[in-house]
Design a protein around this ligand. Structure first.
Ligand code: HEM
Length: 345
């Protein structure tokens, strides 16, 4: 009697899989309520530490957001980017787009991790902390609230400054090794053309709509002269006024580290100003302007430039998809106790 019942159950599972009713693959194992029983405090702890950091330096939010993207694009969202170099294994921090760039924010992740460990020892992965901190960085106001503003304006701005929010699927585990080679190859550089950008995102299972929406992260933060010099002096799809602004901020030689805002119009707001810049030929990076350069993404850029709500909702959805890129789940990897090193070191 037991055998036919077993067969029946197996047939049912196969049928459910065939119609897509059962979760398949690692992504399906992430869930927003993953720490509901084991560490409900994690959400408040992460938000509080990020909030304090953003109050002190609005750039820290941008750094965390970029760090999350750089983590997910290299071996998936597994906190591999947080591992320090060891004598035997070079980490990702000095490789490719991470090298010398603005992927600081490691100290902030350490500060969050210390407090999360105090609340729930050995429970929350560094990869999940990074995913939560990235969401909170976007959603929290990017401008310190203690800046003086006339009362009526302050009310308006406090509603406008924060970007979208979303429920962050959780349950990722941490990598036990970095991938410096992947960091050098998988993150497209600022000189990339549209084909290269689309291909880099496709390689991670992300669409060109994801590319267009996630690039809107460049509504906050800064880039170094090194990253936009070629655009300032060589590109012809740039508005003359913006070209001279760029040249003022970035000499033709030297001054590689001089920084300029990625969204010069509204640098402190997580808004759709980035897309308005693109439509005006005022994207800071060559790769930014590629999204609006008489190509297939022009219409989407126009939509986002005119409709902030459309951008917000697409950005939130694409951040969830970015967070689903190749996570370690179940018993794979580990929950690191110190985000900078694997537990066995
Ligand atoms: C589409 C391909 C992308 C390229 C080519 C690119 C390139 C860059 C470059 C060159 C910088 C400046 C680095 C420097 O000069 O130090 C930068 C900064 C930044 N990127 Fe991207 N990026 C891309 C996508 C993304 C995505 C998907 C996100 C997040 C979802 C993101 C978030 C940021 C942020 C927030 C900053 C500012 C960081 C800071 O101020 O410290 N980027 N990016």
């Amino acid at each position: 009697m037991a055998v036919p019942r077993l067969l029946l159950a197996a047939a049912l599972v196969l049928l459910l899989l065939a119609v897509g009713a059962l979760p398949r693959g690692a992504d399906a194992q992430l869930s927003a309520g993953f720490y509901s029983a084991s560490c409900p405090a994690v959400h408040g702890v992460v938000r509080q530490v990020v909030s304090q950091a953003v109050m002190n330096d609005s750039r820290s939010g941008a750094a965390i957001l970029r760090l999350f993207y750089h983590d997910c694009f290299v071996n998936g969202c597994d906190a591999s980017v947080l591992l320090d170099d060891t004598p035997a294994t070079p980490g990702e921090k000095g490789a490719g787009a991470n090298a010398g760039g603005s992927t600081f924010g490691f100290d902030l992740i350490d500060a969050i991790k210390t407090q999360v460990e105090a609340a729930c020892p050995g429970t929350v992965s560094c990869a999940d902390i990074l995913a939560l901190a990235a969401r909170d960085s976007v959603n929290l106001p990017a401008t310190p609230r203690h800046v003086y503003l006339p009362l009526t304006r302050a009310c308006q701005l406090s509603e406008q400054l924060g970007g979208p929010s979303w429920a962050v699927p959780l349950g990722r585990r941490d990598a036990t090794f970095p991938n410096a080679t992947g960091a050098a190859t998988d993150l497209p550089g600022p000189g990339s053309d549209l084909d290269r950008l689309v291909a880099a995102f496709a390689a991670k299972g992300l669409t060109s709509r994801d590319l267009a929406a996630l690039s809107g992260a460049h509504t906050v933060g800064m880039a170094r002269c090194l990253s936009f010099r070629a655009r300032a002096y060589c590109d012809d799809n740039v508005s003359p006024a913006f070209a001279s602004q760029m040249r003022g901020a970035c000499p033709a030689s030297g001054g590689d580290d001089a920084a300029a805002p990625l969204d010069a119009a509204t640098p402190g707001e997580f808004d759709n100003g980035y897309y308005r810049n693109l439509v005006a030929g005022a994207g800071l990076l060559h790769s930014d302007q590629e999204l609006f350069n008489n190509g297939p993404l022009d219409a989407l850029v126009r939509l986002y430039s005119a409709n902030g709500a459309a951008f917000s909702s697409d950005f939130a959805a694409s951040m969830v998809r970015l967070g689903n890129v190749g996570p370690l789940t179940g018993s794979a990897g580990e929950v690191r106790l110190d985000c900078r090193k694997v537990n066995s070191s």
